[in-house]
Design a binder for this molecule. Structure first.
Ligand code: NAD
Ligand code: UDP
Length: 357
């Protein structure tokens, strides 16, 4: 299939592009380069020996999207968006404009071009602070603690409504837990601009000498060691989950609807025959201290830490029940925490300043 990948030069988009190419698909990348470097896709091309046509454009530019989509695109993997939680609290309009406005323009362009298959980057943040863990897809969506999270929840609703209104659409809402790590080559990885918001990039920058110490945001949570517990998932596993979801959507179209298993158990309570919801996580939670210890083991470097107050909006524990993706997509994460940290470190050590050369 020929895929339009929005946000293609970003962290997850570049890894997904690589996995799509490896699986024999074609990729056209779109990005406005607001949070990424053109270099990432050049490296994907070098790693795969394949061309990745790239269009520098904003997904809110509907006409530009329509032009690209008319080039024989079969499906869209939609990664483009702003993702800094703290910034979203300071600039809510920019986040709603970009993430929701961008998705609306993109889906309108898709409709006009007759491309009605979309795989969307959602997030476990849509569950808010869940009553219990592990979180399966039947868990009610909650109250995200910031505009970024709400933008994901609202986009999910828009795509669900679209699929309900027109059975020609097929949609996958992929709820990521905590993507970390990098491609095993160390050639592509996460390259945050400024001070990293997320744990593993921060640890990596401490280990490589760019920052002094990691602040642990709270050690008084009701967790085994008091620090927050998350379901870290290797970005390559995550990318492969997208390839499986794409293939599922493509095959579902050729099945008769009455042959699809539409039981709530199979579909997830918030899914329907043409709008699917899948958690992409490992099913295992690790604390901040466990993540630091795994990184130290993988890198052979010590990572100084200091305990700081809790970060507003953080929850104690969040990890997936990934059973549905295993059953329906035949997908499960293959990399453990040590592999995630090894690959995060490999990328950071080879590219201490990210893509900047
Ligand atoms: P990223 O910032 O590395 O990639 C997003 C890309 O989108 C960037 O390259 C950016 O330049 C581009 N972009 C932003 N707005 C755009 C616009 N209007 N038009 C064109 N391009 C635009 O982030 P990522 O970590 O690769 O995340 C990809 C997607 O996954 C995002 O939608 C994010 O919200 C979602 N997600 C990420 C995580 C995570 O922890 N990384 C977790 C859950 C969900
Ligand atoms: N965290 C931390 N220090 C940091 C960044 C994160 O202690 O500099 C903790 C955070 O409180 C949470 C976990 O690490 O318990 C994962 O945070 P991250 O921002 O990576 O992902 P989130 O789950 O918040 O999306």
């Amino acid at each position: 299939m020929k895929l339009l990948v929005t946000g293609a030069t970003g962290y997850i988009g570049s890894h997904a592009a690589l996995e799509l190419l490896d699986a024999g698909h074609e990729v056209v990348g779109v990005d406005n380069l607001s949070n990424s470097s053109r270099e990432s896709l050049r490296r994907v091309e070098a790693l795969t020996g394949r061309d990745v046509p790239f269009v520098q454009a904003d997904i809110r530019d509907r006409a530009a999207m329509e032009d690209v989509l008319r080039e024989g695109i079969d499906a869209v993997m939609h990664f483009a968006g702003l993702k800094a939680v703290g910034e979203s609290t300071e600039q809510p309009l920019a986040y709603y404009e970009n993430n929701i406005g961008g998705t609306l323009a993109l889906t309108q362009a898709m409709e006009a071009a007759g491309v009605r298959r979309m795989i969307f980057s959602s997030s476990a943040t849509v569950y808010g602070d869940p009553a219990r863990v592990p979180i399966d897809e039947n868990t009610p969506t909650g109250r995200p603690s910031n505009p970024y999270g709400y933008s994901k929840l609202m986009i999910e609703q828009i795509l669900r409504d679209l699929a309900a209104a027109d059975s020609r659409w097929s949609v996958a809402l992929l709820r990521y837990f905590n993507p970390v790590g990098a491609h095993a080559s160390g050639q592509i990885g996460e390259d945050p601009q400024g001070i990293p918001n997320n744990l593993v990039p921060y640890i990596s920058q401490v280990a490589v000498g760019r920052r002094e110490a990691l602040s642990i945001f709270g050690d008084d949570y009701p967790t085994p060691d008091g620090t927050g517990v998350r379901d870290y998932i290797h970005v390559v596993d995550l990318a492969r989950g997208h390839v499986r979801a794409l293939e599922f959507l493509a095959n579902a179209v050729s099945e008769r609807p009455d042959q699809l298993d539409q039981s709530p158990q199979a579909a997830g309570a918030q899914a329907s025959a043409n709008c699917h919801v899948w958690n992409l996580g490992t099913g295992r939670g690790y604390s901040v201290r466990e993540a630091v210890a795994a990184f130290e083991k993988a890198s052979g470097r010590s990572v100084p830490v200091q305990v700081a107050p809790r970060r507003p909006g953080d929850i104690a524990e969040c990890y997936a029940d990934p059973t549905l993706a295993r059953q329906q997509l035949g997908w499960q994460a293959g990399h453990d925490l040590d592999a995630m940290m090894r690959d995060a470190w490999h990328w950071q050590r080879q590219n201490p300043q990210g893509y900047e050369v």
